[in-house]
Design a protein around this ligand. Sequence first.
Ligand code: A3P
Length: 331
Amino acid sequence: MENINESSVPARVDAEDSSTDDLQGQELLQGLEKASWHGVSLCKYKGVWCPLTVFVPTLRCEKYFKARDTDIILATLPKAGTTWLKALTFAVVNRSRYPLDKHPLLTSNPQSLIPSLEFNIYDQENENPDLDLIPDPRIFSTHTHYDSLVSTVVVESKCRVIHICRNPLDQVISLWHFMINMIGIGRFVPLDEFLETYCQGMHVYGPFWEHVLGYWNAHLKSPEKVLFLKYEDLKKDINFSMKKIAEFIGFPFSLEEEKAGLIEEIAKLCSFDKLKNLEVNKVGMHSPHIKNSYFFRKGEIGDSANYLTPHMVDRIEKVVEEKFEGSGLKF
Ligand code: A3P
């Protein structure tokens, strides 16, 4: 897999006039429910609160993206552990390609090594980039719901999807900090207000329960297609989780690699402390609104206890209990 970022996405081929998609998107948008979520414009598309800025890219992705059987799609809610999953998947897939002391993760933020379908690939001037030029296995990320992936990814190919979820208490606190930080768009929102919209399912790519349950149910139905991970499990035993990821995507570690300590080495390279303290992640910019450092805050389980009152915890736990009841999924 090449070191792909926004600027290296190749130009499109044989697409219709670029204005067509935009016009169709604008027309479709007219009929959709819209909301301003703490300063971020959202529209409800197929049951998902999609940021307005990536609405047209989302439509383009649905229209043009053709998954290959060898593709790997990392599907996450923001703040569930996307950056970590990107680092691990990239490092596992490319382990024979780069020596660990000259690894792209030492000089690039994991977010830019694996492009997002809606935020990078289809957010270009050219609406249909030629993704055929990217060698196998292509790795993409997405924040969208499982149902939105169905036609392009699930039905038409044998590509694999990895989902990581996180305890909603920690996730909402992580999201709250991220939103406040965003340069130019971020603004302070009292936590109780932020929490209330989250519990109502109104937040980027919400409702969170539909997002998580979509991937959970798909995993139960087709475990060979959808791997379901929990941030907390990775924290508890990263070596075991990494072996699971490697096997799932068809890059299992050999006995020799295990004996040589390669799993531990990759885990160290992708660890929070290692990545957070790299120059690129301390001073680099991910986009005009987002510093690389925003993706590395605390990286802990249970940090929410430092912010949430017992009443707030109760409010989220009630939603979680109600929405996940009978699903078999526990946080
Ligand atoms: P906190 O805000 O709780 O610290 P995402 O990558 O989906 O945007 O999620 C960001 C969250 O994952 C942040 O959580 C961040 O600190 C944490 N994170 C980033 N890289 C990590 C890593 N290598 N290991 C563990 N957690 C990590």
